[in-house]
Write a protein that binds this ligand. Sequence first.
Ligand SMILES: Nc1ncnc2c1ncn2[C@@H]1O[C@H](COP(=O)(O)OP(=O)(O)OP(=O)(O)O)[C@@H](O)[C@H]1O
Ligand SMILES: [Mg+2]
Length: 313
Amino acid sequence: MDPCISVSGLRKSYGSLNAVDGVSFDVEYGKVFGFLGPNGAGKTTTIRVLTTVVHPTSGNVRIFGQDIVKHSREIKKRIGVVLQEPSFEANLTVERALELYGLMWGMPGEKRRDRARDLVEKFDLASFKGMKNDELSIGQRRRVQVAREFMHDMDLLFLDEPTVGLDPAARRMLLDYVKKHVKGGLTVFFTTHIMEEAEYLCDEIAIINKGRIIATDTPAGLKQRYGGVKAVEIRLKDSTAQSVMHIIRPIAGASAIETPAEGTIRISSAEAQEMLVRIIESLSKNAVQIESVSVNPPTLEEVFLTVIGNEKS
Ligand SMILES: Nc1ncnc2c1ncn2[C@@H]1O[C@H](COP(=O)(O)OP(=O)(O)OP(=O)(O)O)[C@@H](O)[C@H]1O
Ligand SMILES: [Mg+2]
């Protein structure tokens, strides 16, 4: 079976600028694909091409196995998109906006009303459902904008920074709502600047910089490949950190050693895990008792900064 999205050698130029400069990737059905990258990297431009808003300059894009230029009408019927820029009808109430959006997509009456009621509840819109769009706060408006997209059934959803302006509870609610639909078979193309979010939601992540994809992997795979610095923390039972420093230091070499508490030692290094084994051996040889050890994996944020940093240097 064809993948849900298949992009090969996609380029989109504006004058002499290659906003998207030859990207290739596939997204399987029922997966969340995350597109991460600094401002101006080409994320929104890619979404605009994939949602048939603008034509590619060159390259091939197939969605549901069909060419997006030749079959844009059929494809459009099966996709949803929440754009980065706010779009709303200023004078409509929230309820009316949902209703109209459902109507626009040809959702039958009963289903439309049920869906709107459900979205008001799920997106916690009840307290302002009678208010007009332009009276809402930024986060409230964004919630309506995302909720609205779920008024129709779709197979593929594009979300361009959907959580900007959302408070933590609303953000979690949105991510969980999307997750639930993914379990039900929805495929999602997602951009964000918040690494925890990408990690929470995405099955696969591509990092894009200056129009080119510079890394693609699962969140765990990226961390393994690029998450150089790891930290290990050792809590001692009855000894102070200072009293064992002469044992630790020769093993840790030039790595950073911190003592966040009197009996705690933290070492940050790419080889932290290997060092840990040697440290435990040495400490027990010297009859130093250990209360606990923990290894902190790198965050996706560290990976992102490393990958983008490597590009610059
Ligand atoms: N219509 C346009 N005309 C000219 N240049 C454009 C146009 N749209 C985008 N660009 C340029 O293309 C590049 C990529 O922009 P894009 O909006 O895709 O970035 P992005 O990754 O979505 O960034 P952000 O994180 O800020 O949303 C930028 O340098 C931008 O200035
Ligand atoms: Mg953008």
